[in-house]
Design a protein around this ligand. Sequence first.
Ligand code: SF4
Ligand code: SF4
Length: 427
Amino acid sequence: MGISNIIFALVLIGAGVLFTINIRKIISNIRLGKEVDRSDKKSDRWKTMIRVALGQSKMTTRPFAAILHLFVYAGFILINIEMLEIVIDGIAGTHRVFAPFLGDFYYFIINFFEVLALLVALSCIVFLIRRNFKKVARFQSPELKGWAFKDANIILFTEVLLMSALLIMNAADPAYEFVISKNLKGILPSDLHTLHVIEQSAWWFHILGVLAFLNYLPYSKHLHIIWAFPNTFFSNLNPKGRLTNMESVTREVKLMLDPNANPYAQPADANAAPQRFGVKDVTDLTWINIMNAYTCTECGRCTSSCPANITGKKLSPRKVMMDVRDRVEELAEAKRKNGKDFHDGKFLLGDYITDEEVWACTSCNACVQECPVNIDPLSIIIDLRRYLVMEESKLPAELAGMATNIENNQAPWQFSPADRFNWANEA
Ligand code: SF4
Ligand code: SF4
């Protein structure tokens, strides 16, 4: 084992350790959320994950982007198989270790990877053009300014560089000729020593780039390539529109409606700490809500279908998800520094998401329907509202009137219950 192999092994281990530390941090951040049971309907869950995450079924509503995304996705998964050979070569000091064993199949598979690499690079260039020059509307929203915009460009640009390095590495290898890279041989020098330097440089650039990219994932929206799988597996499989109820509130209502109920019966959770009604901060969310936020690709399909956003209201479901992730990161970091009971005095509601945004939602579920990775921004918005109504009695005047009517008249209208059947006398 030479010095370069030792350096390679150390870099590989270092990158693996760093990645594991960061993923564990994210898992512990997700665990800041409240428990919710999604262990039912296992076979439906597997089918949903295979259809939505692996099969990308919800991408097809926008076919052009879907095809380009499919190239990038397939390239990301399949080309990385070549990493196995690169890693073995790097550690053992071999050169194309699989070639002698696989014979013609080796050429077939590397040719296939090269075609895919070209398609990935071209797709990323088209995506860059759409974002930066064609200025597709859903990538121009205020929440995508700054880091979010740079993040997308960094990812796309890096993928172009990585795919180019792969093709240059193959082109600079005088012993092999593959379907795409052979066209690059003409622009490379013919001197064998220089070719070797170029091939080695491209090899190192590619592998270091892949490891750096791996460790960039936890800070990026690109994390969806990992989180899309558990996120779709744990999707909400209930019909859209079915709202969740708080157990304690449901119990109280049942007590009021059931004349035979024992008002002194102690519920199983009688000694548990009282729960907050709804959501004020990320610790009131469920772990599914927080995982949703880490899965968000910031694609904006939700926002571009949101009737509130389309009609100029101050609501973007994409921003809601980005706010949740930012707030979780902030609070989790503060808790790591100051202890798990620490709270910094800031809240998701108020410091990140305003009442105006929360009340602009029509609860139409378009965002949930459109999301390619089954994220549910509406459930977060509903629980933020639930907090405003049940803990702060803060609701718009129109709704306050309706709530008073329900309280006094058992109906949303301003009529006495005694007059409810007056309509029947009109005939
Ligand atoms: S449910 Fe609310 S946030 Fe989602 S699309 Fe409809 S109005 Fe927009
Ligand atoms: S919530 Fe879904 S649709 Fe909306 S930006 Fe995130 S990934 Fe895209």
